[in-house]
Design a protein around this ligand. Structure first.
Ligand code: SAM
Length: 223
């Protein structure tokens, strides 16, 4: 049995009672960065064996992990923040579990794109999650493919690339396209800025951008 357990994206209060119980009950916790997860587990007073499971080793450890799961070890997969599998390791293991007949249960919980989308004030009955755009090669192609997209679009971005990406989005989708940027959600310096792509680029160009970022952009003719 494998549980996917979402963990806080900032505020440590954002973890469900069930997530805490499952983390206390499992035999082993697979964690993206064991040092980061240890801090959370210490805070929750949970002491469990931790095993590293990240993008660079998941291909190699998959087979052994599946064997252990088939042997009866109950595991939880957590990432550094938010929901495993959402721009984080998880997909490969889930697919391998399902192929091997291991039961997978995914707990609902924190993830950055939902609060960013919901508080953007942009339509959220239909949206597409684009995750991180490629940093160099392929970025223009991805942006071109979004021209004409009618659904609200959600992107994860690093603070260092925020202004450049807002400008590139404006080039492809139009300077006047309504958008929102959520920074440091659930943390002390949370900021939610709303405006056109051009206004947001100008706003963030004025200062050194820090922290974690979600960009939400209205679809074509979405107001
Ligand atoms: N698994 C996570 C989730 O469910 O949202 C996403 C992990 S991904 C490696 C990290 C990215 O998520 C950040 O670069 C940022 O784009 C977004 N993110 C995570 N925490 C955030 C926060 N507190 N505020 C804004 N964006 C956040």
């Amino acid at each position: 049995m494998l549980y996917l357990v979402p963990t806080p994206i900032g505020n440590l209060e954002d973890i469900t009672l069930r997530a805490i119980r499952i983390l206390k009950e499992v035999d082993l916790i697979l964690a993206e960065d064991t040092r980061i997860s240890k801090k959370l587990l210490n805070h929750l007073q949970i002491s469990k064996p931790l095993q590293s499971h990240h993008a660079h080793n998941e291909h190699h450890t998959l087979e052994k992990t599946i064997e252990e799961l088939l042997g009866g070890t109950v595991m939880a997969l957590i990432s550094d923040a938010g929901t495993p599998g959402i721009s984080d390791p998880g997909f490969l293991l889930v697919r391998a579990c399902l192929q091997a007949g291991v039961k997978v249960e995914s707990l609902p919980g924190p993830t950055a794109f939902v609060p960013a989308l919901v508080n953007s004030g942009l339509p959220c009955e239909r949206f597409c999650f684009e995750g991180f755009l490629p940093q160099k090669k392929g970025k223009q192609t991805r942006l071109k493919a979004l021209v004409g997209e009618k659904r609200t679009m959600v992107f994860y971005e690093s603070p260092y690339r925020l202004v450049k990406t807002l400008k590139q989005l404006a080039e492809h989708l139009g300077e006047d396209r309504p958008a929102a940027v959520s920074r440091e959600l659930t943390k002390m310096f949370e900021e939610n800025a709303r405006g056109t792509l051009a206004e947001l680029a100008a706003h963030f160009e004025k200062k050194k951008v820090k922290g974690e970022i979600v960009i939400v952009v209205a679809g074509e003719s979405g107001k």
